[in-house]
Design a protein around this ligand. Structure first.
Ligand SMILES: C[S@@+](CC[C@H](N)C(=O)[O-])C[C@H]1O[C@@H](n2cnc3c(N)ncnc32)[C@H](O)[C@@H]1O
Length: 228
């Protein structure tokens, strides 16, 4: 990590505490050690007999390299995958659809919101979108701008927003920092929230409401859920 990052992160932390939020309680999600994001993605692909895969944000290809499909595209501006550029650049050029899309790029509300909207437009009928890092344990892990290494960002706020839509059914699998699953089917458990700007939600809101907000399921429950 570069020194410039450390300094910037210190400033970000102070500013966050001063102007955004201070909240010390943490959530113990107790994620199982033996289940990774690619286990769930591969289960989804096998169970649904999917043929095509798009990953947004690949980094060292930990997940991308585990996906055994021939038809796979990995988008990242700096490393991994097979498309060099941002997700916005990719979607601007792209003119095809995918069965399975894994969103794991820039974990900031506005970008995740755009990535979800673009993914919904580029998803095959009966396709599935998965998003990483949806269950942050602490305020520090979800603060934007970022100020520490272990970081999920505020992806969770987008999930709350899209959980209010009639036409999307969303659950969150309790593995590997939380993986939400979005399907274009009627919402079976719609959130009825009156919130003008979901970006302004606080970690305190998440701490007290995460079960309802995120519709959290264990891994085995999710495998049953996607059969339906
Ligand atoms: C958390 S890492 C991805 C990890 C990977 N999916 C895995 O499962 O191991 C996030 C990646 O997103 C990339 N990224 C940042 N901004 C992006 C953007 N606008 N579009 C696509 N990728 C982005 C970063 O370069 C970084 O490699």
């Amino acid at each position: 990590m570069e020194i410039v990052n450390k300094r910037q992160w210190k400033i970000n932390k102070i500013l966050y505490y001063l102007f955004k939020e201070r909240f010390k309680k943490k959530i113990n999600f107790d994620f199982p050690n033996n289940l990774n994001r690619w286990d769930l993605i591969n289960q989804v692909i096998n169970q649904k007999k999917f043929n095509s895969y798009l990953e947004i944000g690949c980094d060292d290809d930990y997940a991308f390299s585990q996906i055994k499909l021939k038809d796979k595209i990995g988008v990242d501006p700096s490393s991994g995958g097979n498309f060099r550029g941002t997700s916005d650049e990719f979607f601007q050029k792209n003119n095809r659809k995918f069965d399975c899309i894994f969103i794991d790029g820039l974990h900031e509300y506005d970008q995740v919101n755009k990535d979800i909207i673009n993914s919904l437009e580029n998803l095959n009928e009966n396709g599935i979108i998965l998003l990483h890092d949806c269950l942050p344990k602490s305020l520090n892990q979800q603060a934007v701008p970022r100020y520490q290494w272990v970081w999920n960002g505020d992806v969770w706020k987008c999930i709350v927003k899209f959980r209010c839509r009639e036409d999307l059914d969303i659950v969150t699998c309790k593995i590997d920092h939380g993986i939400s699953i979005i399907r274009k089917i009627k919402n079976k458990d719609k959130l009825n929230l009156i919130i003008n700007d979901f970006k302004k939600l606080k970690f305190e809101n998440f701490y007290y409401n995460h079960k309802e907000y995120m519709r959290i399921m264990e891994y085995n429950e999710v495998l049953e859920y996607i059969k339906s």
